[in-house]
Design a protein around this ligand. Sequence first.
Ligand SMILES: Cc1cc2nc3c(=O)[nH]c(=O)nc-3n(C[C@H](O)[C@H](O)[C@H](O)COP(=O)(O)OP(=O)(O)OC[C@H]3O[C@@H](n4cnc5c(N)ncnc54)[C@H](O)[C@@H]3O)c2cc1C
Length: 523
Amino acid sequence: MSRTKADPDISRRGFIKGAVVGAGATALSGLISTTQMAEAAAKRGKWDKTVDVVVVGYGGAGAAAAIAAHDAKAKVLILEKGDKGGGSTYFSGGFFVSPRDVDGAVTYLMDCARAADGQYFDIDRERLTAWAKEAVQNEPWMQSLGAEVFISLKGWYDVPGASSYTSCQVKSNPTGVGLWEALENAVKARKIDVSYNTSGSELVTREVRGKGVEVLGIVATMGKRKLAIRAKKGVILTCGGFDYDETMLKNYLSPYPKYSVGHLGNTGDAIKMAAKTGADLWHMNMAPSTMCHKLPGVPVAYPSLLQLSAAALDVIFVNKLGKRFTNEEMPYDAVAKDLDNFDAVERDFLNVPCWCIFDEKTRVKGPAGLPVPIGNPTYTWSPDNSLEIGKGWIVKADSIAELAGKIGVDPATLEKTVTTFNGYCAQENDPDFGRKMGLIPLDKAPYYALKGYTGIWATGGGPRINTKAQVLDTSGAVVRRLYVAGSASTFPVAHLYPLSGTAIGDCFAMGRIAGRNASAERS
Ligand SMILES: Cc1cc2nc3c(=O)[nH]c(=O)nc-3n(C[C@H](O)[C@H](O)[C@H](O)COP(=O)(O)OP(=O)(O)OC[C@H]3O[C@@H](n4cnc5c(N)ncnc54)[C@H](O)[C@@H]3O)c2cc1C
C-alpha cells in the first residue's frame, strides 16, 4: 500500500480525541490499540493510505457497495480478511430476491414479520418500502453487470403478495459461484482496489461537537502490519455475520449449539467494531436457518439434503424421545423453527440434536448432506453415504428397534413412530403434521439414523441502520460516515425467513444504497 501525505483537515487534537472515543473500550488483544495507532499516525502526520470509501469484507454486500461507490465516482478500497473474496455469497445457492413490485413485496414481508397480538417485530412498512424500492432493481442491476438471470422462486408462504416476492438466479451457473463470478468480474472491470489477507480491526473515530461520533478511517491488520487507512467519505462494514463467534451465538441465538454452513471468516467483526462507536443493535435473534449435519473434523456444517429434499424421500425426523416433531417437507427455515423449540416440561431442547431416520431406499438416492460451497464443494460427502456410514457418522441397523438402541432412543417409541408414519403413508394422510409429499413408508432394511442440528445460513442481526444504510447509535443519532450492509445487519427480515434469496437480495440492495450514500458524503 502506498503512503499518502498528511490530511491537513484533521487536527492532531481532534484526531486523538476521536481516537479515544473509538478506543474508548479496549484494544484488540495482541494489537496496538486504536488510540496508540491514531496517536502514532497523527505524530507521523500521515495515514498509511487515503481513499474515499473503505469497504470492509468482500462478499455480496461488499461487492455491491464497492461497485455502487465506484460508479458514483468514489475512490474505493476493499479490505478482505481471507485470501480470496466471495464469503458466504460464494457458498450460496445463488438465489437473490428481486421483487416484481414494491407494494406486493412489502405486504408479503410485513406478513412474515408478524408477532403476537397484531404486533410486529422490529420492522415497519416505511423501512420495508424503501428497501423494496431498491430491491426491485436487483434483477436489472445484475443484468447491467453482464449476467443473464431468470426468475426461479416466488414467496414460500401462501399470503398476500407472495407472487410479487420473487427470487432470481444467474443462467450460466445458478449457484453462488455463478453469482460471485458476475460480481467479481464487475469489480475487476472497474479496477477497484482489493486488499486480501487484510482484516479491518478497529474504526478510527472522533467526536464532533454537537454532531456526535464521526468515523475517520479504519485500522487494518495485514499479517504483522497495522495500517491506518483514512476514509474521506466513509467506511462501509460488509463483513458478514457472527456465525463463528461462539459467545455471540450463545448470547443472541437459541438453542446452543447451532452450527454455521457458511464462510469461516464471519466472526461478527462488523458488530464488534460498530459497537465501539455506540451503535445500537437490532435483529440479533434472527438467523435464517436450516437443518444441518455437523461431522467431526469438518469445520463447516453440511446443510441437510434429507430435509431440503424431504418431499421426495422416505425420511422422518424424531426428537430425543423418538417422536416426530415437525412436518419434514416444510421450507427449511420453518423446520429450523421447530428444531429450536424448548420443552418446558422436560426442561430441554428436545429436538436438538434430532435424528433423521431413513431406510435403504433413501440411502441410495443421494448424499444426506449438501457439500459446500454449493457450486464448488470443498467439503465432500459420498454420493451413496457409504463413507459416512463407514465412519459411524450415519448409524446403521437391521431393524428400527436395533437402530433405536444404537442412538439411545426408546425402541418401542421409535417403532411406534415409524409404524404410525407408515400407516399415514398408506392412507396418504398425515393427521399429526399435515405432511403431503414424501409419504413413502420406511420399510426397506437396513435403517439409518443421522443427527441433525439447527444450521445457520447466515446470522441476521447487527448494527441498527436507517434507510440510507447509516448506522444509528442507541439514541437514534447517525454515526457519521459509517454504513453497514448485508448479513452484518440484515434489513428486511424480522423472524421468519420469507424466501431463499432474501439475504443476498438484501446484500445487493443495501450494499448499493450504502455505496451511493457513502460516496455522496463531503470529503
Ligand atoms: C451454503 C449457503 C447457501 C446459501 N444460499 C443462499 C441463497 O441462495 N440466497 C440467499 O439469499 N442467501 C443464501 N445464503 C445466505 C447468504 O449467502 C448470506 O447471507 C450472504 O451471502 C451474506 O453476504 P455478505 O456479503 O453479508 O457476507 P459474506 O458473503 O459472507 O462476505 C463477508 C466477507 O467479509 C469477510 N470479513 C469478515 N470479517 C472481516 C474483517 N474484519 N475484515 C475484512 N474482511 C472481513 C469474510 O472473510 C467474507 O469474505 C446461503 C448461505 C450459505 C452458507
